[in-house]
Design a protein around this ligand. Structure first.
Ligand SMILES: NC(=O)c1ccc[n+]([C@@H]2O[C@H](COP(=O)([O-])OP(=O)(O)OC[C@H]3O[C@@H](n4cnc5c(N)ncnc54)[C@H](O)[C@@H]3O)[C@@H](O)[C@H]2O)c1
Length: 258
């Protein structure tokens, strides 16, 4: 019996920039388990790389999507409607903040920096979900986003992104309640630190990786592949009763006091 029930399903994966992107690890898992993918890339700067990474995947739809541009988001869903007809899974792996707001004093966050970080890292989930819903069949659909523990504990330098992740996790709960009656599940994975382009923007990230590996119950860092496997579970029929949850993939770090 196929417990995952993912073969022949469709997913939109947002957030692949390069081979280190967590979104790429999730897309690899979904693809390997028979999901037909649509993948967006932010701009021409990353287009060639994303094209290369997805080239071997059959019937994959590759589309540009700058998430601050409503017209580009509309265009993605128009293509999905035409080419896929329906969408089972939406995978949101996007975050952005100005470098100045990922270091130094928390109180120094600028109004514009706050707007940018919350708009791209949180509102983008709503912008995508609003459009996805009409394409999602009940009982077989889900939405997944990526968060980090700085949403509820103080992590040096996370600053504006900690605020964004707190808002994102609350959006997961509210969306889960909103979309539950439609049979659509909404969850987040809270990943431990993984060396990606976004992570490197955070001051002191390398030191964080080291400390995490020393202290986490599993005494190591996690891999993007492990996030991909948890995402596979959350999208699959194995998680049919799971919604509104923040699922940690962090080698157990979140349980520690000191
Ligand atoms: N790497 C980690 O340690 C870690 C830990 C926990 C959670 N996360 C979360 O995982 C998610 C994916 O990040 P990642 O670490 O794979 O880094 P990444 O840099 O590979 O991915 C971030 C993606 O966001 C996209 N993006 C940013 N601004 C955009 C915009 N305006 N329009 C469209 N796309 C935009 C980028 O193009 C990129 O593809 C993020 O939400 C991040 O906060 C990462």
């Amino acid at each position: 019996m196929d417990a995952l029930q993912l073969k022949g399903k469709t997913a939109l994966v947002v957030g692949i920039a390069n081979r280190w992107s967590i979104a790429y690890a999730i897309a690899q898992q979904l693809q390997a388990h028979g999901v037909r993918l649509a993948v967006t890339y932010q701009n021409e700067r990353v287009a060639a790389e994303v094209h290369k990474l997805t080239a071997a995947w059959p019937n994959t739809l590759l589309l540009p999507c700058e998430l601050t541009d409503e017209a580009q988001i509309d265009a993605v869903f128009a293509r999905l409607r035409d080419e896929f007809g329906q969408l089972n899974h939406l995978i949101h792996c996007v975050a952005f903040a100005e470098r100045a707001d990922l270091q130094g004093a928390f109180r120094a966050i600028s109004r514009q920096g706050f707007r940018t970080a919350l708009d791209i890292s949180v509102y983008s989930l709503l912008a995508l979900a609003q459009r996805a819903v009409s394409l999602m069949p009940p009982q077989q659909s889900s939405i997944l986003t990526l968060t980090y523990m700085a949403s509820e504990r103080v992590v040096p330098n996370y600053n504006v992104m900690a605020l964004a992740k707190a808002a994102l996790e609350n959006a997961v709960r509210y969306l889960a309640n909103d979309l539950g009656p439609l049979g659509i599940r909404v969850n987040a994975i809270s990943a431990g630190p993984v060396r990606t382009a976004s992570a490197r923007a955070i001051a002191g990230f390398t030191e964080m990786l080291k400390q995490h590996a020393e202290k986490a119950p599993l005494r190591r860092n996690i891999t993007a592949e492990e996030v991909g496997k948890a995402a596979l579970y959350l999208c699959s029929d194995l998680a049919s009763g799971v919604t509104g949850t923040v699922h940690f993939v962090d080698a157990g770090y979140h349980i520690l006091g000191v």
